[in-house]
Design a protein around this ligand. Structure first.
Ligand code: ZN
Length: 416
């Protein structure tokens, strides 16, 4: 009896990770495991009820206990060296400290990737390989996933990355032709994007430990709801639950929904705890200041945290039309940012120089004016209180609706 999808194609554990064909098989079993059952019922999530990490910088063992036998697959991603463990939908029911990074790993994250999948991302301090990756049965009828990592040479790690034929899920590149024949309708559509989600929790409140992803989702849901009450405006959410979305998936969802505007909500942390207030960001290859640059760098790490390979941005399309579109979009984005600042002034606390810019990946839709709204900073105690206060959030939403409505009115008046 084979213990899991991983061992099913293994044979000897040592040879397992060197076998190319195996990965394809793994992927197939993973997909099979993730597909809903024939009846179409959503499978119950697996319960992972306890976890432990032990070892040193030469060998590290990670053990996670599951109520039922988990199917899983393992992959390696470079720069930085990471081991990715994909699981079916899983409820992680153990305290976060039990799976805190140590030994060979400097960061361990886990969480939801989609409705039917979860992921563990182990970021290593140096090249590693798993000598054991298997499911064993416990005496009490439960199962444990055992991952034994050991240090490896750069060459061995590079080989592990190269020999796995595993394409990362990628969002489709924008189609310039589709952009040229943009559907003209009378509805002004706004894509509301709740920053972070799933495995990427974003920042954490200094006092309450509330994750940024929860605050952004609550804000986005209410903003979309309130925008939908305005005549001639239709809003939709890029995510409406605690799911991970890559940065390019967010952009693609906005484009597929024919959005006329994209608003991404965040509440990050800063090193300087005294800085507070809202900021509106637009896209620029050159950042307005150091703070904006650092923030964009951290935001752009989201894909990496979730185990995606680092991308320098969507593939460039050499096209004059696209270039013109980009420039026009940029002007509209700045106009919206100005409207937001005007609507907030005197009502909502703003940082000094509240319109800033940097290279945020999530703002890169070439044809959709986009802004990223930092509601406030979770690193500041007063801001944290406000961010968790529903009536304050409601006031901010009121001001955002005002800004978007004014922007829309002008765009419509100009025949846009
Ligand atoms: Zn954020």
């Amino acid at each position: 009896m084979k213990a899991s999808a991983a061992t099913a194609c293994g044979g000897s554990r040592q040879r397992f990770f060197a076998r190319i064909g195996c990965v394809a098989l793994l992927l197939i079993s993973a997909i099979a495991a993730l597909s809903p059952t024939a009846v179409g019922a959503t499978p119950q999530p697996l319960l992972a009820f306890s976890a432990r990490v032990a070892g040193d910088e030469a060998r590290t063992r990670i053990v996670i206990d599951f109520e039922k036998k988990p199917e899983f697959s393992v992959h390696y991603v470079a720069a930085p060296e990471r081991v990715i463990v994909d699981l079916p939908a899983t409820a992680f029911g153990f305290p976060a400290e039990d799976l805190s990074a140590r030994g060979l790993f400097k960061d361990i994250r886990y969480g939801t990737m989609g409705e039917a999948s979860a992921r563990i991302v182990l970021t290593a301090k140096k090249p590693v390989k798993l000598s054991i990756a298997e499911v064993q049965s416990n005496d009490n009828g439960s199962y444990r996933l055992v991952l034994d990592a050991e240090m490896a040479s750069k060459e061995v790690f590079a080989d592990l990355v190269k020999t796995q034929n595993w394409a990362m899920p990628r969002a489709a590149a924008p189609d310039p032709l589709a952009m040229a024949v943009k559907v003209k309708d009378n509805v002004f559509t706004v894509a509301v994007d709740a920053g972070h989600g799933g495995i990427d929790a974003g920042a954490t409140g200094a006092g309450t430990k509330t994750p940024e992803k929860t605050i952004t989702l609550a804000f986005a849901k209410t903003l979309a709801e309130r925008l939908n009450k305005v005549d001639g405006i239709k809003a939709f959410l890029t995510r409406d639950d605690d799911t991970f979305l890559s940065l390019s998936e967010r952009v693609t969802l906005a484009r597929q929904g024919h959005a006329d505007l994209f608003v991404s909500a965040h509440a990050d942390t800063l090193g300087q705890k005294d800085i507070r207030g809202a900021t509106v960001y637009t896209l620029s290859d050159k950042a307005s200041d150091r703070m904006a640059e650092n923030l964009a760098t951290r935001e752009n790490l989201s894909d990496e945290l979730a185990g995606y390979t680092l991308q320098s941005g969507p593939p460039e399309v050499a096209d004059i039309l696209l270039d013109l579109t980009r420039r026009e979009t940029q002007a509209f984005s700045i106009a919206l940012a100005t409207n937001v600042v005007e609507s907030f002034e005197g009502q909502i606390g703003l940082i000094n120089n509240p319109h800033r810019y940097a290279g945020f990946q999530v703002l890169r839709a070439p044809d959709i004016p986009s802004v990223l709204l930092e509601l406030g900073f979770l690193s500041n105690a007063e801001d944290e209180k406000l961010l968790l206060d529903e009536s304050w959030r409601s006031k901010v939403i009121d001001r955002m609706v005002d800004a978007i409505r004014r922007y829309r009115d002008r765009a419509v008046a100009n025949g846009g």
